[in-house]
Write a protein that binds this ligand. Structure first.
Ligand code: NAP
Ligand code: ZN
Ligand code: ZN
Length: 348
């Protein structure tokens, strides 16, 4: 077994504290990874606070993991010691169901295994995430990171990047399409960069006017504050696609009115409480309300390669692990530009 240093939530809503545990020794198909950086996703906070129910403690969060390969199992062909690699939200799935067959492991019909707060296929071992010094992962769930991408700024691509890339591709964001991004946080700022790189016209819908300059710098063509009623008049029936990354419950109906006829709003944010919606904004424009969960392994590699080709990384604030609790508080206030990334050297 491999001893690792980590930070964990011992109980729901408690501050994270130092924690030591052991990783399995690498099996024939495993890759042992020295973690260099790990992004801080709002999903970490939701799960640490048990806002979705069923959280398992002690919990080591973190699913935006990048680092270098230390060793590989005897059957591993794709990776070797020293390679730059990443691990996102998934570490296993059944590999036999139709979704797995199509490379959509996130929708595994027999249940995929999350990087943390999940149970391995052995039915016993609880997974632990990237706020830790090492991780051991089956090679099929390890991603290659191009040397063109700086590791710290690439970490958030493993969740925020793929979670926005996948719906942008599925709903065909590109030239001639008007895409709005609701919420300019970790996911939102990646959605802006990716949609702009795909050639779409991008509008940021933020709760205030505070992030306007940033939005344009990130590549947005237009910006509007949803705190202003004028926004809902100006952009009435404007967008083909709305990528909704808001992490708190809001009035969806008024935002659905901003879609053109046949437009789609994709929910990415997962607030702790359900949101009520009336039928009228949907039927009055044959609009769709959809959802999307992260992305499969094949598409995650495609996204990483797209980012390397287009020079896309995340705007980050690098923190030491002892700032993690403070960073959660700041994330709750929307005070992050635009992703906290933990320097795992501070855990070693
Ligand atoms: P984040 O960095 O905290 O960004 C969320 C943004 O939502 C904030 O920056 C803020 O943007 C906006 N917002 C927050 N509270 C709001 C409120 N009360 N009213 C209006 N806007 C508000 O979070 P994130 O890491 O991007 O994650 C966003 C959500 O996506 C979370 O719920 C997370 O769990 C979920 N998520 C889902 C998936 C998936 O697979 N579907 C994957 C990862 C994360 P403005 O300041 O611009 O208003
Ligand atoms: Zn995430
Ligand atoms: Zn499956």
């Amino acid at each position: 077994m491999i001893p690792v240093n980590a930070y964990a939530a011992y109980q729901s809503k408690e501050p994270l504290k130092p924690y030591k545990f052991e990783r399995r020794d690498p099996g024939p198909h495993d890759v042992q990874i020295d973690i260099h950086f790990c992004g801080v996703c709002h999903s970490d906070l939701h799960q640490v606070r048990d806002e979705w129910g069923g959280s398992k403690f002690p919990m080591v969060p973190g699913h935006e993991i990048v680092g270098k390969v230390i060793s590989v199992g005897s059957s591993v062909k794709k990776f070797k010691a020293g390679d730059s690699v990443g691990v996102g939200c998934l570490v296993d799935s059944c590999r036999t169901c139709p979704s797995c067959g199509e490379g959509l492991e996130q929708y595994c019909e027999n249940g995929s295994v999350g990087t943390y707060n999940s149970v391995e296929k052995d039915g016993v071992t609880v997974t632990q995430g990237g706020y830790s010094t090492q991780i051991v992962v089956n090679e099929d769930f390890v991603l290659k990171i191009s040397p063109k991408l700086p590791l710290d700024k690439a970490a958030p691509l493993l969740c925020a990047g793929i979670t926005t890339y996948s719906p942008l591709r599925h709903w065909k964001a590109g030239p001639g399409k008007k895409v709005a991004v609701m919420g300019l946080g970790g996911l939102g700022h990646m959605a802006v960069k990716l949609a702009a790189a795909m050639g779409a016209e991008v509008t940021v819908l933020s709760s205030s006017n505070k992030k306007k300059d940033d939005a344009h710098r990130l590549g947005a063509h237009n910006y509007a504050a949803t705190s202003e009623q004028e926004t809902f008049k100006k952009y009435n029936r404007s967008f083909d696609l709305i990528i909704n990354t808001v992490s708190a419950p809001i009035d969806l109906g008024s935002h659905l009115q901003l879609l053109k006829r046949d437009g789609t709003m994709v929910l990415l944010g997962v607030p702790d409480k359900p949101e009520a919606i009336h039928a009228f904004p949907l039927i009055g424009g044959r609009r769709s309300l959809a959802g999307s969960l992260i992305g499969g392994i094949k598409e995650t590699q495609e996204m990483l390669d797209f980012c390397a080709e287009h020079g896309i990384t995340s705007d980050i604030e690098l923190i030491n692990i002892d700032k993690i609790n403070e960073s959660y508080e700041r994330m709750l206030k929307g005070d992050v530009r635009y992703r906290f990334v933990i320097d795992i050297a501070s855990l070693k």
